[in-house]
Ligand binder design. Sequence first.
Ligand code: NZQ
Ligand code: ZN
Length: 390
Amino acid sequence: MENFNFYAPTQVLFGEGQLKNLPNVLEIYGKKVLLVYGGGSIKRNGIYDAIYRLLPDADFTIVELGGVEPNPRIDTVRKGAALCHAEKIDVILAVGGGSTIDCSKAIAAAYYYEGDPWDFTQNRGLVKEALPLVTVLTMAATGSEMNGGSVLTNPETNEKLSTGGISMIPKASILDPTYTYTVSKWQTAAGSADITSHLIESYFSQNAGASVQDRLAEGLMKTVVQYAPVALEDPTNYEARANLMWSSSLALNGLTGRGKLGSWSCHAIEHELSAFYDITHGIGLAIITPRWMEHVLNDDTVAKFVEYAVNVWGISTEGKDKFSIAKEGIQALKDCFVSWDIPMTLPEVGIDKEKIRLMAEKAVEHSTIDQTAYVPLTADDVEAILLNCF
Ligand code: NZQ
Ligand code: ZN
């Protein structure tokens, strides 16, 4: 296990009805609130009205920034930062999924930055101070509710890049599983695949001996495998939604990733698919991950794949060679995504072969996967992985 710095300071208010604490949480930071939300789901499911009831005009002034896109765009960040200055905002309230929260994080830091916020994606060191951020999570997926990461898209340059900093970590996050009851089957499956991917990306790392992290990751993976089908079948099942929501936060708040080395392969590749084709993040990851596994399975990695197959999927080892066990584990993951009704090929999400080479080169250019990934990947490797998704 490597040395690490684990810092997860977000106050988490978990469970049905926790929104009632919102006024107390917000007023620590001020009364002038920028309410950031997405394309309107919070208006349709009543969360928007509930927030206005809790934050009456007499106590709070709310300025709104709605319309944050899935795969949030840099222009929306610029608009939000300008609003914060014009309205002298004290605190940002992000209500939504990862896109709304990521956009809010960038707005919070852009407020204190004189240059263009896209610079944050080129140099994380530019992220210094940030406005305080409180979130109300409406979708289990990214873990953004409990970490300092933010992923932004620049549609003009077809770039989707991440940034982050400790000042961007939410001060508090309200996690009410009932708010995810209205999440569609498609987004429930995508979010569950995203959680799974976050766990897998850290699980398969170059260093051994981080047993705490790996056993926690296995438990979380099994939880998602258990509850995603329940939520897909019965969207208002509290137990399923609660377990998926808490898994989302724990899968990417550092708990399973700190102390482990290396850059993430599937995310680096998926971000290029989203950058060029604006696809749903978790769906792209589900398509890529089993193909990436097949590509990196070799004599050096097979033992870890056996560990994964046995501990996560309960694959029996009796009478089988290591590679057969490893391949059964990979097949189990693929079958699982299929059972969640995820389309498992790129053409099914509107991607043809035209830009495969370009995306492969960009995945390497925008990351360090050719040096620090679990198995280092060149553009040729990424191209081969993507071509296996047809
Ligand atoms: O925009 P609205 O109308 O709210 O609808 C959203 C959106 O269309 C909808 N939705 C969310 N909650 C809902 C709901 N619909 C009905 N009922 C609800 N309760 O779901 C759609 C997707 O929302 P989005 O926020 O885009 O999803 P997600 O949480 O998966 O976030 C994806 C973004 O986060 C980035 C991804 O790359 C992508 O840009 N990531 C952020 C990370 C982080 N900050 O740590 C890490 C991840 O790996 C990821 O890269
Ligand atoms: Zn992700």
